[in-house]
Design a protein around this ligand. Structure first.
Ligand code: GLC
Length: 742
């Protein structure tokens, strides 16, 4: 027994990395008392019913399911939560059964994938992340929560906080990109946006940090694939955004589909219980992913459904989404003595705690007000903000004097599969967003240039080899002053279970662009895509490229705002764009190696058939103006353990237009008890400057910002030499050195 306890202790220390402090959130004693009283009345079946979640038939976000008689299950107290039930009316109907026809009248908890908007759809999260505007990201989540709660939702299965460094993986569109520091800040902003100050408010949603953990490290970028990473990589890269979400008070967690180093996450007690609940002190509840408890059988981890139910429950998965194993097997497991009623009580308490915090016991119909729903959905203020959010998300990748286009243009050719497209602008996690509400790029331009002749031709589709539309497109382009090509991926080329091995523009879009480019007219390519693309040829051949991601309901207006200069692009890449798939994984905070990359020197870490550098680095993005950033000046060249360092840079707008620059600060720890990345993002600030205007940007660097998991996995800073880099992207060479004294 002693050995077992010791093992548990060691596993706890290793997994927790010793760095996380137990979070002392303050449980509400009144709520806890109410839970005590309610649970005293509940039968074991009713307790297990609270752990059961089924999907409504509105839309399926997982493998097809057997239909269920929800009403009967609710009446019997065997169903505690539902997902994919939408609208104040539909949720009210089911809630009425729960609170009027069941024995204990426990309200249902309704959850939904509110990933980047509910009815008003914002840019995909990777696009929102490109804004590097945490307030805007928070505000977008706030609006999404306002709309979703107006339509009966209590709980968003968001934010997805998986760090992603492999653009083959379709779900990179759903997160904040490759950087743990920035991903942690975005996680906090989205939790704040969804949950507001008080979950009991009418317009706040319980948030859900997902997918715990390291789902983004799926081997070969193939969804649901094996994850096999070191504990150090787990601690340094994949866990931080989840810890940030806990620190921000996130109400729930969702476990990931993947296995981690041989253990399916749905059975990973070490992380789900020892780290998340015991060390980090998370007091919300954890839901499985769709059927993930049952998937431990195909994982080859459990032989029977009962074993899977036992493994999932013992590993801290409190609620079972759609595998139906808890409701079918937990009672039996309790009767066999394999699960204690005390353990059941802990899971039930966690779920009831969120229902109480949401105010569902005070007013189960608080979120079922059809008049309020009508007023909130697609509210003009929401649409206006969605347009601003989309503008902020877009990244100017190249501009050889083409953009902004003149508004005086007599005629303009608009070509491509995204030119007059509503559906694909929404992305795959479109919530209740409807294509019919989307402003297409064609309409966005027409609205802005009412007197310009717009010659539209689709030219080709996203996929296939059909070039029959080329002639019409080239014809239209011949008689136009300039050409805009709206190209990219369809919505169904990124997202869950939508991974790609080839990251070029699909279909014959490349050929179409090349044919149009032969006309020698001003040509702009606007990319609509859910991931970094390998477009080195495009960068070499066309004069202007704007990354628009999948920009949501107001996307067409936002692209028009940028193309014609009403908004000066300010986005920065939250994820590296490789030149080719062969370079993947490619991210900026890589190690130096013993033979640092030098494409000119043979015996270094490089390729013989491709440059080793990315096409566009993390943090990259141009503006319609130019900026000059000075080398950083440091307040000291050596600091002690209790000191901080002030880093100052001068920034000047050296162009002819007002614009904003995201000044980024990276730090390199030159030598450590383990090898350290060549640099890591430690701060960023946005400055808006008039032409000729100059300002000083200051960052404060604390010793705690230099901490990392040392050789013995202690989280601390080590004395030694450091370099501070400051600039407009992660490639900056503007630097200054300092040392940290012992
Ligand atoms: C899906 C996704 C998850 C989503 C859930 C409910 O499979 O993995 O992110 O929240 O099922 O739709």
């Amino acid at each position: 027994m002693v050995k077992k306890i010791l093992l548990l202790l060691i596993s706890g220390i290793v997994l927790s990395g010793c760095s996380a402090r137990k979070q002392t959130t303050h449980l509400d004693p009144i709520i806890e008392k109410k839970i005590d009283s309610l649970m005293e009345l509940m039968t074991l079946e009713e307790k297990i019913g609270q752990l059961n979640q089924l999907s409504g038939m509105g839309e399926l976000t997982g493998p097809s399911i057997a239909t269920s008689d929800y009403a009967q299950l609710i009446r019997q107290g065997l169903l505690g939560s539902m997902l994919n039930v939408n609208g104040a009316k539909a949720t009210r109907q089911l809630q009425e059964i729960a609170v009027n026809e069941s024995r204990l009248k426990i309200p249902l908890l309704f959850g939904y994938d509110v990933i980047h908007g509910y009815k008003t759809i914002f840019p995909i999260p990777l696009g929102e992340a490109a804004s590097f505007d945490l307030e805007a990201i928070e505000q977008a989540a706030r609006i999404a929560a306002t709309e979703a709660t107006a339509a009966g939702q209590h709980w968003a299965f968001a934010p997805m906080v998986d760090i992603a460094r492999d653009p083959r993986w379709g779900r990179v569109m759903e997160g904040a990109g490759e950087d743990p520091y920035y991903g942690s800040l975005v996680a906090k902003a989205r939790v704040r946006g969804f949950q507001g100050k008080n979950l009991a408010d009418k317009n706040t949603l319980a948030a859900c940090a997902k997918h715990f953990v390291a789902y983004g490290a799926a081997m070969a970028g193939r969804d649901y694939n094996t994850v096999d990473i070191s504990d150090r990589t787990l601690q340094e890269v994949y866990l931080p955004p989840f810890k940030a979400a806990v620190d921000e008070g996130v109400a729930t967690f969702m476990v990931a589909f993947n296995e981690l180093n041989g253990t399916p996450m749905s059975a990973h007690r070490g992380l789900n219980v020892d780290l998340l609940k015991n060390t980090w002190g998370f007091e919300g509840f954890m839901v499985s992913d769709w059927g993930s408890v049952g998937e431990m059988i195909p994982h080859g981890y459990c032989a029977t459904p009962e074993e899977a139910a036992l493994a999932g429950f013992k590993a801290g998965v409190d609620m079972d989404m759609e595998s139906r194993l808890y409701v079918n097997h937990l009672k039996n497991l309790v009767e066999k003595g394999l699960v204690s009623e005390k353990e059941i009580n802990d899971a039930v308490r966690r779920i009831l705690r969120i229902k109480y915090r949401l105010g569902l016991f005070d007013d189960p119909f608080r979120y079922c007000d059809t008049a309020y729903e009508k007023e909130m959905l697609l509210n003009p203020r929401h649409l206006e903000f969605a347009r601003i959010s989309a503008c902020k998300s877009m990244v100017l990748l190249k501009n050889q004097g083409i953009l902004p286009l003149s508004r005086e243009m007599r005629s303009l050719a608009l070509i491509g599969p995204m030119a007059d497209n509503q559906q694909d602008m929404l992305g795959t996690w479109q919530g209740q967003g409807e294509a019919r509400h989307v402003v297409t790029l064609l309409n966005g331009i027409k609205e802005k240039l009412p007197n310009t002749r717009i010659l539209y031709a689709k030219g080709c589709d996203f996929t296939g080899n059909d070039r029959s539309g080329f002639a019409e497109a080239i014809n239209a382009a011949r008689s136009a002053d300039a050409i805009i090509v709206a190209a990219g991926e369809s919505a169904m080329m990124s997202g869950e279970a939508l991974c790609r091995t080839n990251l070029d523009l699909p279909g014959v879009q490349k050929d179409l662009i090349r044919e149009l480019n032969k006309l020698g007219k001003p040509l702009v390519v606007v990319l609509f895509n859910g991931r970094p693309l390998t477009i080195e040829w495009l960068d070499q051949e066309v004069p202007a490229i704007l990354e628009a991601w999948l920009p949501g309901t107001m996307g067409g207006s936002a692209v028009a705002d940028i193309l014609f200069g009403d908004y000066n692009p300010s986005g920065k890449l939250p994820m590296t764009f490789p030149r080719n798939v062969g370079q993947i994984p490619l991210f900026y905070y890589h190690k130096n190696t013993g033979r640092p990359t030098n494409d000119a020197v043979r015996y270094t870490s490089r390729y013989i058939d491709s440059p080793s550098t990315p096409l566009y680095p993390f943090g990259y993005g141009l503006s319609y103006t130019t900026f000059e950033i000075s080398a950083p000046e440091l307040s000291a060249t050596s600091i002690g353990q209790n000191d901080s360092l002030v880093v100052s840079v001068k920034v000047k707008n050296t162009g002819t237009r007002k614009g904003s620059e995201l000044v980024q600060m990276y730090v390199q720890d030159k030598f450590g008890s383990v090898t350290r990345p060549v640099r890591e993002l430690k701060g960023f600030k946005r400055v808006e400057l008039e032409p000729g205007q100059e300002t000083v940007v200051k960052f404060t660097l604390r010793v705690s910002d230099l901490a990392f998991y040392t050789a013995d996995m202690t989280f601390k800073a080590e004395p030694g030499d450091f370099v501070v880099y400051v600039g407009s992207d992660s490639n900056t060479q503007l630097q200054a050195g300092f040392s940290l004294k012992p």
